[in-house]
Design a binder for this molecule. Structure first.
Ligand code: PLP
Length: 396
């Protein structure tokens, strides 16, 4: 997939925008009649927020979701015109700029509503507000007992046209356990909050609750819109429960810096944790923990190099690690590309790293950083409908 078009980067993430588009189409089919909000917080889960958002919208995502106002402003500045919702901002954030750029602001408290009000008055424009209600995750979101204070305040601002009330949303705690009663409890509280808003004359245009696992497993929770993040990047958060046709969009790869012989009995890398059991050949990969190759993976993972999985040997250093090529029958050379993880045939998966590290693939794709160069491929096709794959059998 990555091809070899003018690649000079030593270490890079290659982001396949056609995979993003494919995943969005798959998720649209799961969403049924509900719209899709593409979640591109944290720089698009480290895939590049602007490029991913453009690809997602071209593939039929109706809206964009991010954490901070700064993230939202960056997307507006890049020319995205669809609704953009930002849901986690402190009182110091630039609400006036958000209002001016027509960013929809998720409100989780009365104090947050006051911040939006100030921003709207400063900007001299109506702010668009979405109510984030806490239905049991107990992070941000208005808890039920604060609604009696918040809803009248919101209603007053709507009457004054300082605020336009658009939507109600909430976030699930245990969507990866689809049959857990917590999900139904959250749904019930969500419906209660919507009913309470309506009692104050606050009629939402739309309501939304589902993240990726809920989109895949709980179609009854899709409401008007689903908000997938990780699944859009091609990583299934519930692989044991559903075999969704998702394509990992990120390939993390590096060019071999050196190939050399190591004699039996020689130790390799700091601490000589690995000693060559026989004469062998090793390849030096110029990526280390400063680049997002977790040090604790040392000796516990493989890269795909020369068509063959090659085991890491010895410690992972800040800038490099070593893999064993054995007799190097495949003739691996300096400059060849080693895939650390990706989505192609035979390539290790982010899920493999997550399993070995006792974490989730969300954290793995967020790891490549600093010197790692990000390169997008597949986007050109998005602007040429002739070469775009056929649309899915969507129900929309
Ligand atoms: C991150 C996030 C999502 C997306 O979650 P995934 O598990 O990646 O699908 C959806 N909604 C909210 C509020 C989020 O913070």
């Amino acid at each position: 997939m990555a091809g070899s078009t003018s690649v000079n980067a030593q270490v890079e993430t290659v982001i396949d925008l056609e995979a993003i588009a494919h995943n969005v189409r798959v998720l649209r089919a799961y969403a049924g009649d509900a719209a899709v909000m593409a979640v591109v917080k944290a720089d698009g889960y480290n895939h590049g927020a602007v490029e991913v958002a453009r690809a997602a919208v071209a593939a039929g995502a109706a809206e964009i979701g991010v954490t901070t106002i700064d993230e939202a402003l960056q997307l507006r500045a890049a020319g995205l015109t669809v609704p953009i919702l930002s849901w986690l901002n402190g009182s110091h954030a630039d609400y006036a700029a958000a209002v001016t750029a027509d960013i929809e602001i998720g409100v989780s408290s009365v104090a947050g509503l006051r911040s939006v009000e100030r921003g709207a008055r400063e900007a001299g424009q109506t702010a668009t507000v979405t109510l984030k209600v806490d239905t049991g995750l107990n992070r941000n979101g208005v808890p039920p007992h604060e609604l009696p204070e918040l809803l009248p305040a919101l209603r007053n601002l709507v009457d004054e046209q300082v605020v336009r009330f658009r939507a109600v949303f909430s976030h699930l705690a245990r969507a990866d356990e689809p049959n857990h009663p917590a999900n139904d409890r959250q749904r019930d509280r969500f419906l209660d909050a919507i009913a309470a808003a309506k009692e104050h004359g606050l009629e939402p245009e739309l309501v939304h609750l589902a993240n990726s696992p809920a989109t895949l497993l709980r179609p009854d929770l899709a409401f008007d819109m689903v908000r997938p993040g990780i699944a859009m990047y091609g990583l299934n958060p519930v692989p044991d429960l559903v075999d969704a046709d998702l394509r990992p969009a990120m390939t993390f790869q590096a060019r071999v810096a050196l190939v050399k012989r190591v004699a039996a009995g020689e130790g390799v890398s700091y601490g000589h944790e690995w000693v060559a059991p026989h004469d062998t050949t090793v390849a030096l990969i110029p990526a280390g923990y400063a680049d997002g190759v977790f040090r604790s993976l040392g000796g516990r993972f493989e890269v795909l190099l020369g068509g063959v999985p090659r085991p890491s040997v010895g410690r992972i250093c800040m800038d490099q690690f070593v893999v064993d090529l054995g007799d190097n029958a495949e003739g691996v050379q300096e400059g060849d590309i080693a895939v650390l993880f990706g989505g192609g045939p035979g390539e290790p998966r982010a899920q493999d790293w997550a399993d070995r590290l006792g974490t989730i693939h969300y954290e793995i794709v967020c790891a490549p950083h600093s010197r790692v160069v990000r390169r997008h491929v597949g986007g050109a096709e998005l602007t040429h409908p002739r070469s775009a794959p056929p649309p899915p059998a969507s129900t929309r």
